[in-house]
Design a protein around this ligand. Structure first.
Ligand code: FES
Length: 109
């Protein structure tokens, strides 16, 4: 959801039930950028660029726990809400607004 009040264009990308719990689905933008849309155990959704801030690992293939994801390559943990790596690691991945409307996951890519 937009925090600054600006009008963002959300597009439907999947039914919530089509994203595995504690998993992710990938959305490819027209410019080739890949966005990972995550679903937590409690059915919250988050969206991050599908590239770890360490060496670009595919976060969509990581392990989701709580509201974090562990990168499959070197196990950095990334906050799904902020995109920030958990200390002592440092770095941040781009995050995107995402919401659920009538069971559909909508993304503002
Ligand atoms: S590329 Fe993700 S932890 Fe190294």
């Amino acid at each position: 959801m937009s925090l600054d009040g600006s009008a963002r264009r959300f597009i439907p990308v999947a039914k919530l039930e089509d994203i595995p719990k504690l998993g992710a689905r990938r959305y490819c933008r027209d410019d080739g950028k890949v966005i990972a849309v995550f679903r937590t155990e409690s059915d919250s959704v988050f969206a991050l660029a599908d590239a770890c801030p360490h060496k670009g690992g595919p976060l969509s293939q990581g392990i989701v726990f709580g509201e974090s994801v562990a990168c499959p390559l070197h196990n950095w943990c990334i906050s799904l809400a902020s995109g920030e790596a958990t200390a002592p690691d440092e770095g941040r991945v781009e995050r995107f607004d995402v919401r659920i409307v009538d069971g559909m996951v909508e993304l503002a890519p």
